[in-house]
Design a binder for this molecule. Structure first.
Ligand SMILES: Cc1cc2nc3c(=O)[nH]c(=O)nc-3n(C[C@H](O)[C@H](O)[C@H](O)COP(=O)(O)OP(=O)(O)OC[C@H]3O[C@@H](n4cnc5c(N)ncnc54)[C@H](O)[C@@H]3O)c2cc1C
Length: 312
């Protein structure tokens, strides 16, 4: 660890005590259960802590990244050089006194739990998100979506902290959402999602529950269980990445203990001790085969964190 990183650890230790840990394997903080070591990892337990830790690291000029559920990332076997903030800013406030009702959540709140919680109040609008395993921050960053809904269609405001210490409330337009993308993701902005609010509607509690159950049943039927990152590639316009990978005969293909799911070819499963290199090799194999047969370059939906060879 270099001296700057060492001094940042000392500062973070004085701020966060045991919440600051060193040499932590990231596999247990990712949905795919894959990934090497972070030299420094800090758990932040509130929106204020997330803001404080971010500002402290920016002030020290120490690069960092925020990890939510780790459900949309492949972390290199060699880990990451940045300090990792594990986001547990899980505050939630539901306001039914305004019309339409609004839910505000810290960016470390789990999106699926939030969706189920507002549904339990008979509030409609986030049913589509009930099966998303990551956090609000990750969902806003990547414009998560499912079953015809997405963050862009339901967000009211995202609270963004910038490196210069300013805070903005970004509207949907200001977030620059595109399919599974936002300005923050595309422009690699030096910014952190602190919290977000979503517009809801007063619904029929039974219908809201029924919709969520139908979506859950659909997921259960069409998506494999097990450790994965969800969809590996974005769907190309007018087609499905899963269909293309299946069409090149790669369903069930394996490298080590990583497998292209036999149920849904856009899901890559870690059957036990798969490494990031195994998964990356499968990514390369799938991209090459689809390029050869369809002359189409599949674009990753997930993010690669740490060192990987260039994708050709
Ligand atoms: C089984 C399974 C099913 C899935 N189904 C879906 C689905 O239906 N639809 C869908 O869209 N996705 C789906 N996903 C992918 C994933 O759950 C979503 O993309 C989710 O929104 C990612 O959130 P996260 O907290 O896990 O992000 P992470 O994986 O932790 O992070 C992803 C990126 O966001 C950045 N980030 C995270 N939090 C912040 C923050 N607070 N501020 C700034 N940057 C931040 C990270 O630095 C990283 O670059 C699925 C994944 C799995 C494993």
């Amino acid at each position: 660890m270099n001296r700057t990183a060492q001094s940042s650890v000392e500062v973070l230790r004085s701020m966060f005590g045991d919440a600051c840990q060193t040499d932590v394997a990231l596999a247990r903080y990712t949905a795919a259960r894959v990934g090497g070591v972070a030299e420094v990892l800090v758990f932040v337990n509130s929106v204020d802590e997330l803001a404080q830790a971010s500002q402290q690291l920016w002030a020290l000029d120490v690069p960092f990244l925020v990890l939510g559920g780790g459900s949309n990332v492949l972390v290199s076997d060699r880990g990451v050089r940045e300090v990792v903030l594990i986001n547990r800013a899980r505050e939630i406030e539901i306001d039914t006194t305004v019309d339409p009702p609004v839910v505000w959540a810290g960016s470390g709140a789990n999106f699926g739990s939030l969706a189920r919680r507002v549904a339990s109040y008979g509030l409609s609008g986030l049913e589509w998100a009930a099966g998303i395993p990551g956090t609000i921050g990750g969902a806003v960053f990547g414009n998560a979506g499912a079953h015809g809904g997405d963050v862009a269609g339901t967000l009211k405001m995202a609270e963004i902290l910038h490196r210069d210490g300013t805070r903005d409330s970004y509207s949907v337009g200001e977030m620059g959402f595109e399919y599974r993308s936002s300005r923050l993701k595309r422009e690699k902005m030096n910014a952190v999602v602190l919290a977000a609010s979503f517009r809801l509607a007063t619904g029929d509690p039974l219908l809201v529950q029924k919709k969520m159950e139908d979506y859950a049943e659909f997921r259960h039927r069409t998506q494999p269980p097990g450790a994965s990152m969800g969809s590996m590639f974005k769907n190309p316009l007018g087609d499905y990445a899963g269909r293309l990978i299946e069409a090149v005969g790669l369903k069930g293909a394996r490298v080590g203990n990583a497998e292209i799911s036999t149920l849904h070819a856009n899901f890559f499963i870690n059957h036990g001790d798969a490494t990031a290199s195994d998964v990356f090799e499968l990514i390369s194999v799938a991209r090459k085969a689809v390029m050869q047969k369809f002359n189409l370059a599949l674009e990753l939906e997930i993010e690669l964190l740490g060192d990987f060879p260039p994708l050709d």
